[in-house]
Write a protein that binds this ligand. Structure first.
Ligand code: IMP
Ligand code: MG
Length: 174
């Protein structure tokens, strides 16, 4: 590896936690179905693993957003650059994200998706950095709360690299 990466959550820890989240979600949506929405690209690995652990009927769709901000931290509003294929009307939408940092992305995304009249919207994130929150977001399912470090793996990238690492690691900046 070109960068120095320290393991924060092992593959086993992540897999175990995803199983627990899947069980919890299956209980909460008992008798209903759930429409998973993956925020590309980071949410892909998490959503695939999570979907396999959910026992109620699941459908899936994908979208991609870009922040109107610049650099490494999103400054505010987001815009959808690849939209969903399916309408959301009357669906139990569960947004699946890799990580919540400032909260800006999800804050605006929920606002946009609510207008499409889903039956419900909830948020599931693999990782949360609560110390960094600036926007108000209600997170329903969290895999792990982590300290304010830049992390990669399990879908998360650093300059588009390391998404495929099977664990979550912190980049050690020298
Ligand atoms: P937010 O809008 O500030 O909550 O930013 C969320 C997005 O920023 C995430 O979906 C990630 O794409 C990216 N991001 C935030 N923190 C990290 C990190 O530690 N590693 C990789 N990407 C991150
Ligand atoms: Mg993301």
């Amino acid at each position: 590896m070109e960068d120095n990466i320290r393991i924060l959550l092992t593959e086993e820890e992540v897999d175990q936690r995803i199983r627990e989240l899947g069980e919890q979600i299956s209980e909460d949506y008992a008798g209903e179905s759930v429409h998973l929405i993956c925020v590309l690209k980071g949410g892909v690995f998490f959503m695939c693993e999570l979907a396999k652990r959910i026992t109620v009927p699941v459908s899936m769709d994908f979208l991609s957003v870009s922040s109107y901000g610049n650099g490494t931290s999103s400054s505010g509003a987001v815009k959808i650059i690849k939209d969903l294929d399916e309408p959301l009307e009357d669906k139990n939408v569960l947004i699946v994200e890799d990580i919540i940092d400032s909260g800006n992305t999800l804050h605006y995304l929920v606002e946009i998706l609510y207008k499409r009249q889903p039956k419900s919207i909830r948020i599931c994130t693999l990782l949360d950095k609560p110390d960094r929150r600036v926007a108000d977001v209600k997170v329903d399912y969290t895999g792990f709360e982590i300290p304010d470090e830049f992390v990669v793996g399990y879908g998360l990238d650093y300059a588009q690299k390391y998404r495929n690492l099977p664990f979550v690691g912190a980049v050690v900046f020298e």
